[in-house]
Write a protein that binds this ligand. Sequence first.
Ligand code: ADP
Ligand code: MG
Length: 325
Amino acid sequence: MSVLSEFELIERYFRHHGQSRRDVQLAQGDDCAVVKTTPGTEIAVTTDTMVAGVHFDDKVPARALGHKLVAVNLSDLAAMGAEPAWLSLAITLPKADHTWLSEFSAGMHELAGYYHCQLIGGDTTRGPLTLTLTAQGLLPEGQTLVRHGAKPGDWIFVSGTLGDAAAALAAQRDDLEISSAGQKKLEERLFYPTPRVSLGQALRGMATSCIDVSDGLAADLQHILKRSEVGGRLFLTQLPYSDTLNTLSLEQKRHYALHGGDDYELCFTIPEEMRGSLETALTHSGVDITCIGQIDRQPGLRFFDGDNEVTASGLGYQHFGMATL
Ligand code: ADP
Ligand code: MG
């Protein structure tokens, strides 16, 4: 291990190397970063932490960690309809491992650069590996997507496909038997999730509520229902699965889709009269969406297989005990 000073380490790995954002006045190098704001713009702020041995293990490549740290934060911004702008990284490292650092920072910069968002500062300390990222995003005034606006009659939608990441984790733990090619595909979703950034922005002024699916669809949709003081019906036959998940049994697929985690898709509600404009608005977002249910007044989330209501125990529900808090 070469003896890089903390300053050199930051300079080498945690300074933005591409074209800087014009709204960044000062980035790394001073006691604070300074950014410019625009009248009529609000700022959404979110933080996520990943702790070694709790949120990830040695099986996760360093590049994937960098990608995922940015992705989970951008997914929170997407759920609010915000446009990603600035990132701050608090990193605690057991040692300066340069292979690890260059892979990790490449994973971060790659995804951040794709969304034109800039790492503007942070903190570097020695200790057990812990990664904390704060992301800030821009929102036109009054257009924030929230969890509390769903109304009876609204349709419930979800983006992409569900359950892949949870199935990948199960395969790694030998709880699920799948071909090694299948496992690889699922791990792609677990390691390199795609934050639905342009979808979130396209939903401004259209969705009555929105959340990102990080703890499993059932749990996250229930946050919308509780905050909106409504209930909902979920159409089990409509749940969207990847080709890989479709090779599993119906019971397994439903289980991972409903109660898994780490999907980072968006779940949102759309009033009937907006359904037409939704199709048009989404032509550029590059992601498929699926209608999976409807909001009503009867409290709680109820599951339907065709016309038949299915109880949670009928779905083989067991808690995953995942490391998300
Ligand atoms: P201070 O002691 O004043 O907090 P530091 O010496 O910790 O400042 O950091 C020096 C500069 O480098 C600051 O501008 C800080 O924002 C930036 N910085 C430190 N660690 C990181 C990091 N992991 N990623 C990005 N910027 C960082
Ligand atoms: Mg200082």
